[in-house]
Design a protein around this ligand. Sequence first.
Ligand code: NAD
Length: 336
Amino acid sequence: MSANGLVVVPGAGGFIGGALVAALRPSGRRIRAVDVKPFEEWYQRFDDVENLSLDLNLKENCESVAEGASDIYNLAANMGGMGFIEHNKALCMLSVLINTHLLQAARKSGVARFFYASSACVYNGDKQKTFLPPSLKEEDAYPALAEDGYGWEKLFSERMCRHFREDFGLYTRVARFHNVYGPWGTWDGGREKAPAAICRKVIEAKVAGRHEIAIWGSGNQTRSFMFIDDCIEGIGRIMDSEILEPINLGSSEAVTINQLVDLAEEIAGIKLKRNYDLTAPKGVNGRNSDNTLIQKYLHWEPSTPLRVGLEKTYRWIYDQYLARERGEVRETAAGR
Ligand code: NAD
């Protein structure tokens, strides 16, 4: 990450924002980490950066956090896995306030560079009906038929970034993340995504000695999963690049949910009876990241094998789970 000056990370109490702050610290740049959550709920928090607990739905808060900033990486959104976004469409769409107010504040304070975290949920649902994973190219977002609620907000905010760049000359970069997973992220409580949820369910079964697992949908849905370290590297590369249009940032290693469960079972060293819940939220049937464009621009793409990243994630969730069972306070990286 080449620019100098103050870096602001909205959403720093969350999974990706926390990992980004951790990655930026060695650069020696001043960092302002912001999240609406109280500090004790942040996944990672560091005493050597400025930490603020503020609601960025409010314009005045966006203005105060953007003051003096050189770069803003907007990773704040009210979101979660399919279980959350299918049942909280209005809340997901209200994240439009965060990005809109941040863009306005960035313009007002003369911020040099602005990054926006979009999502594969912007892609046209009709192109994701087959279980054979269609590799989604950037152009497949149009004609628009995004994921209801969450996806439409992302698509709108992508365009807002584009228009702030075209009309006001603000340097904006947009990446469409495809399912990010790894340690220091949500693994229970209803907002967790498939890799963390499956690791937790396998751990629960192992610890309880009850060798069964509930799977949402038929298990034949295909997805790709990007390890957090690849996501952080990609964010930096895209921010530093000349890529003006929204670009995929995801792994192209597609697996079915059943294959994801196979991997988690292998890591845990157990086999489970699978109970499929066909009424549960399951999202689109198939989705994979087409990495032609990112390869063309950056000669790079996320490459951590799922087996490698999932093992690290499983071990971290296992420790969290046992700590919770023992009644210990959840581990955070506070003060590291
Ligand atoms: P996360 O939920 O762990 O982090 C988001 C953070 O934003 C949370 O800590 C939350 O408290 C904070 N936030 C929400 N509303 C806020 C407000 N009003 N003011 C200040 N902070 C607020 O999610 P994440 O996985 O770290 O996702 C980061 C970004 O990446 C989000 O924009 C998300 O939509 C996007 N994204 C993530 C994935 C993924 O697989 N994790 C996939 C696609 C896109």
